[in-house]
Structure formats: structure tokens, C-alpha cells
Ligand binder design. Structure first.
Ligand SMILES: *Cc1c(COP(=O)(O)O)cnc(C)c1O
Length: 389
């Protein structure tokens, strides 16, 4: 099928929930994608930070093939070896004594975090606490509860009423005003992904951590986008030198296989019957997670990841200057360029697509870069050359 035929069939049978660019991909290799006509694209978006080890990664593909031949799914009615192994690996790499629950997406990981916080609020205080403070411009998912937690009005149209108990803070200082005696947790992204690739200042986050610890209010960090080495360390929380009570993961963890995770110091709050998932942590997705973590932890240990980060930053600085962008934002390989206005952003993304470089949008006026964490020097050079530097 050519692109036109695919578009036509899609429009006939698939709900029109997404705005598509006029392309369908047939295969990929590293940070390169090939469309159905055989044209190659440099992928600086990795499917919104999901294809963390690139496309067609041999080690991941082999691990998945082997696992698929043995066993794909059994359900959580039985022990799952890969699930226990992946949980152990996540805890080792995070160096945080926690326990893990596996879900299938970022929104579900955050839902689990919200439920954990609610149970904590109900059982750890004399008077029940249930409120969760979140942030303006945040993004936590598309379920009703995670939408209520998301501080962006335009996602809220049409869908009220929402679950109660979510309070949106305007900025870091406002959090202190929004907390009251019914607050059980604060949920935030250290680097806002959808809301503008904005990294919060480290010191202010550390102050917030100290304050919340004193009050026994849970610090919950949504690392669905920033986790799994995206900002250079396994968790962005490690770069910030904080020790949250709850952390959620998803996007990069399965290298494209759907998986989410919620980890917490309060590892025994949710008990049998309190929560669950049919697919969560199944044999295949947790095998994917294991291989992704093996690949990326080696890349981090050898210094290869940092080299890539440095090269990408220097290229982006040049692009920023050459094309008159306002500034470069973000951390590690979670980066943004701020355009002067919406028109400039749109034009840039359209031109990049014509030159066959895939980039993402974020927040207002931002162009977002989330390349595969295994992107080669050659692929970085080629992508930026196509963008004119
Ligand atoms: C993408 C994202 C989510 C939602 O993840 P889904 O897998 O789409 O449900 C939640 N939080 C953050 C920070 C994200 O970037």
C-alpha cells in the first residue's frame, strides 16, 4: 500500500483522534526510519521518547523473539521470573530501596501512584488525607484521574466531571500555598515534557523535598519521560540528588514494547486486591525492559551516552544560534529549542519533515528533541546537516 491508500483506509476505519504527518514507516535501523516508499528519515523524536535503544536493535529483537517463542503471557496469577528480575534491576540502578508495580503505560503508572498516595493518606494520618498537588503545564496522562492531575486546560474540555482532589499549583512557590492538612502528595515532572521541556531548578526541588519530608507528604516524581537515562542518569531524580517517595516510569523502558512502572519506598501499602493489571509486567514486556536496561546501563557506564549527549548539545547550540531561536532548554537528550512564535515553530517542523528529519513539538513555541539514546555520531551529524548545520 502506498501512503495515500493507507491514509484512506485509516480515515475510513480508525477514529480521527490523531493528526498525522503524511508518512507511514515500514522499517527502521538505529535512528533511521524508512517509509513505505523507501525514503530514509533521521529520527530525533524516537516515537516520543519510546524507542530508547533505536529501531531494529538486534539485542532487543533477539531477546523478544526468544521470549515470544517461550512464553508471552501468563497473568499475575503466577510468579513471573522476568518481572521479578526487571524489578530488581530497576531498584539496583536507581539505588533506592523501593518496590515496583508494573503497568502498561505512563498514565496507568501514574494512576497507580495516585492510588498509592490515596491509601497512604487514608492510613498514615489521624484524619484522612486525599489531595494531590500538581503543576501548571504538567502532563500526567489521558485517563480521567491523570487528566485531572494534568495542569493544562485544553485537555479538560468535554470530559468533566473529573475525580476530585487534584490541586494545580501555578509555580514552585505556589506549591507551598496549595498544600493543606488534606494533602497526601505532590506529583511533578522534574523536566516537563509535553509542557515545554522545562527543567526545574535543582536547589528549589531539594528544598521542596525537605519541606515535604517534614510534613510527611509524598514526593511523587513522574519520570515517564525523563526516566531510563533520558536526562543522562538512570533517573532524573538521581541528577537532582533527591530521594522521592514514588517514581513512575514508562516511555523508554520497553524500547517500544508497552510497559509502565510505579516504584515506591512505601512498597507494601498496596496489598493483594487493592490494585492490579491483566497485562502489567507480563513475560514479554518485562523481558524487553531487562534488555533495554542492559543495553543502556552499558552505554552509560562506558561513557558512550555522555559523548552522544555532548555532541547533540553542541550541534543544537549551533542550530539555535544559526536559526535565531530564543534559547535551548532541557537536560541530557531531552531537549528543546524555543521559537520566537508559533508560526516559526510550525515552519521549522514542516521544513525539517521535508528534509526528512523527525522532531517533536512541546508546550508553546517549543521544538522538542528526544533522539534514541543509542543514536550514532554519524546519525547526529546527518540529522543536523539536513537541518542546515
Ligand atoms: C507521556 C507521558 C505520560 C503518559 O504516558 P502514556 O503512556 O501515554 O499513558 C505521563 N507522564 C509524562 C511525564 C509523560 O511524558
Amino acid at each position: 500500500m502506498n501512503t495515500e491508500e493507507i491514509a484512506k483506509r485509516n480515515d475510513s476505519y480508525v477514529m480521527p483522534i490523531y493528526n498525522h504527518l503524511e508518512v507511514a514507516f515500514a522499517r527502521g535501523e538505529g535512528a533511521r526510519l524508512y517509509d513505505v516508499e523507501g525514503c530514509d528519515y533521521i529520527d530525533f523524536g524516537s516515537g516520543i521518547g519510546v524507542s530508547s535503544v533505536g529501531h531494529g536493535n538486534k539485542r532487543l529483537v533477539n531477546a523478544l523473539c526468544e521470549q515470544a517463542q517461550k512464553l508471552i503471557h501468563t497473568s499475575n496469577l503466577y510468579w513471573i521470573v522476568n518481572q521479578a528480575n526487571l524489578a530488581q534491576r530497576i531498584i539496583e540502578l536507581s539505588k533506592m530501596p523501593m518496590k515496583v508495580f508494573f503497568a502498561n503505560s505512563g498514565a496507568e503508572a501514574n494512576e497507580a501512584a495516585i492510588k498509592l498516595a490515596r491509601k497512604y493518606g487514608e492510613t498514615y494520618f489521624e484524619k484522612k488525607r486525599y489531595k494531590i498537588v500538581t503543576f501548571k503545564s504538567s502532563f500526567h496522562g489521558r485517563t480521567l484521574a491523570t487528566l485531572a492531575a494534568t495542569g493544562q486546560e485544553h485537555f479538560h474540555r468535554f470530559f468533566s466531571p473529573f475525580p476530585e482532589g487534584f490541586v494545580i499549583a501555578e509555580n514552585l512557590q505556589d506549591i507551598y500555598h496549595k498544600i493543606d492538612e488534606e494533602t497526601c502528595g505532590v506529583l511533578l515532572e522534574l523536566v516537563q515534557g509535553e509542557g515545554g521541556v522545562r527543567a526545574f531548578p535543582k536547589e528549589e526541588i531539594q528544598n521542596l523535598e525537605r519541606f515535604l519530608k517534614e510534613k510527611k507528604i509524598l514526593l511523587m516524581i513522574d519520570e515517564v519521560q525523563s526516566g531510563i537515562y533520558r536526562t543522562g542518569t538512570f533517573l532524573a531524580s538521581q541528577g537532582y540528588e533527591i530521594f522521592p517517595d514514588v517514581i513512575t516510569l514508562a516511555k523508554g523502558l520497553g524500547g517500544g514494547v508497552p510497559i509502565g512502572a510505579m516504584m515506591s519506598k512505601y512498597g507494601d501499602i498496596l496489598q493483594a486486591g487493592d490494585h492490579g493489571s491483566t497485562f502489567g509486567g507480563n513475560c514479554l514486556s518485562t523481558r524487553a525492559g531487562m534488555e533495554v536496561l542492559e543495553i543502556l546501563s552499558e552505554e552509560a557506564r562506558s561513557g558512550a551516552l555522555q559523548k552522544r549527549i555532548d555532541l547533540f548539545h553542541s550541534k543544537l547550540d549551533i542550530l539555535c544560534q544559526k536559526q535565531g531561536f530564543v534559547c535551548k532548554t532541557g537536560l541530557g537528550l531531552m531537549l528543546g529549542l524555543e521559537a520566537k512564535n508559533e508560526q516559526i515553530r510550525q515552519d521549522f517542523i514542516a521544513q525539517a519533515f521535508q528534509k526528512r528529519v523527525l522532531v517533536l513539538r512541546s508546550g508553546q513555541n517549543l521544538i522538542r528533541f528526544l533522539p534514541p539514546l543509542t543514536i550514532s555520531e554519524e546519525e547526529i551529524e546527518e540529522g543536523f546537516a539536513r537541518l542546515g548545520c
